[in-house]
Design a protein around this ligand. Structure first.
Ligand code: UVW
Length: 342
């Protein structure tokens, strides 16, 4: 396994000719299924454990029923029932659970690249239920335990007099991540679990409350309020920044880590340009680079507000993070089950 410092830069990945240019395929082994989680090794876990001071914990997950009206129409609301075999017993059952409906981790089979395929040459025929290839259980087997670093982009931009306009947000370029880190006085280290706070969840819940008060939302409406989200700029510069910092996991408090919808993106794939693949809501998405090409582990809809308030109050932005995705063989995604420990 190469040490993180021995792994080629993003620029070198773009010049590769042995595998699709811009891909990390083969760097962690021909059969690798965990991508950038390889940056998270025992050494990083030991370092992370040393960051625990008060032992205070912060759950980074929303409740599983946080969005009674689905955020994404094809991911419906779960149905939870509780039953008993007798009056002194309870058991429960969940139907209609979409693992990516709230705070989540995307597995590496979530997205393929239309021109190159799925991470590390994974056979798309095998990306089905019952086949473990590239499933989210691989992350659980490896363990997501390491140094978390919070970059509070919303606070940083507000402080410098350019608050995020959640009604008409601009994509956030990598340069802003760099400036936020510098301003907070925190350095990224190889194998970090990067948490990016845009303040989007707070905005979204306020928006849903307003719509509900105005009577615009009922239990059956599928997309009560149009989904617009601040997020990372979909560009090779963003991919380069994440890869060159050897980020193991990049998670945010927004719907897709990147800005949504991806309409402002200049990223294009050949299959769409030559008309073999129709344009869709995935056109221009950074997901198509981060997940299949780099094997980057992505988290979305993580709840970071309370953690961010504490980080700002204490002036420290690194801590330990533990996330335990479901051991669902062949799972595409999973609830994050993530906690930060200060
Ligand atoms: C979106 O659908 C916006 O992103 P994801 O599929 O990664 O949740």
């Amino acid at each position: 396994m190469p040490r993180p410092t021995d792994v080629p830069s993003y620029e070198s990945l773009l010049a590769r000719t042995d595998v699709p240019p811009g891909s990390s395929w083969g760097l962690f082994g021909a059969d690798d299924e965990i991508g950038t989680l390889n940056f998270l090794a025992p050494e990083q876990r030991v370092r992370a454990a040393g960051l625990v001071r008060s032992g205070r914990t912060f759950s980074l997950d929303l409740p599983l029923d946080a969005f009674p009206q689905p955020l994404i129409p094809h991911r419906g609301a779960l149905q939870h029932s509780v039953f008993g075999l007798n009056e002194f017993h309870r058991d429960d059952r969940i139907d209609n659970l979409f693992p990516q409906a709230t705070s989540q981790i995307d597995g590496l089979r979530h997205f393929g690249h239309p021109d190159h395929g799925f991470y590390n040459h994974a056979d798309p025929q095998r990306l089905i239920a019952g086949d473990p290839l590239l499933g989210v259980q691989r992350f659980a087997e490896h363990g997501i335990v390491g140094r978390g670093v919070l970059l509070d982009v919303e606070r940083h931009l507000a402080r410098r007099g350019e608050p995020i306009d959640h009604a008409d947000p601009q994509p956030v370029p990598a340069q802003v991540l760099e400036e936020t880190a510098v301003h907070q006085g925190v350095d990224l280290e190889p194998g970090d679990i990067l948490l990016i706070r845009f303040g989007w969840l707070g905005h979204r819940f306020a928006q849903l409350r307003d719509a509900s008060n105005a009577g615009d939302v009922d239990a059956t409406s599928e997309a009560p309020v149009p989904l617009v989200s601040v997020g990372l700029e979909a560009s090779h510069e963003t991919a380069a920044w994440l890869w060159d910092h050897r980020v193991a996991v990049a998670a945010a408090d927004n719907v897709a880590l990147e800005a949504w919808p991806a309409t402002a993106s200049a990223l294009r794939v050949r299959a769409e340009l030559d008309g073999t693949l129709p344009a869709s809501s995935h056109t221009g998405m950074l997901h198509r680079i981060l997940i299949p090409m780099l094997g980057l582990v992505i988290g979305e809809l993580w709840q970071l507000d309370e953690l961010a308030d504490t980080c700002a109050a204490e002036g420290r932005y690194d801590f330990m993070v533990v996330a335990t995705p479901l051991k669902l063989p062949g799972g595409v995604g999973s609830p994050a089950n993530a906690v930060a420990i200060l």
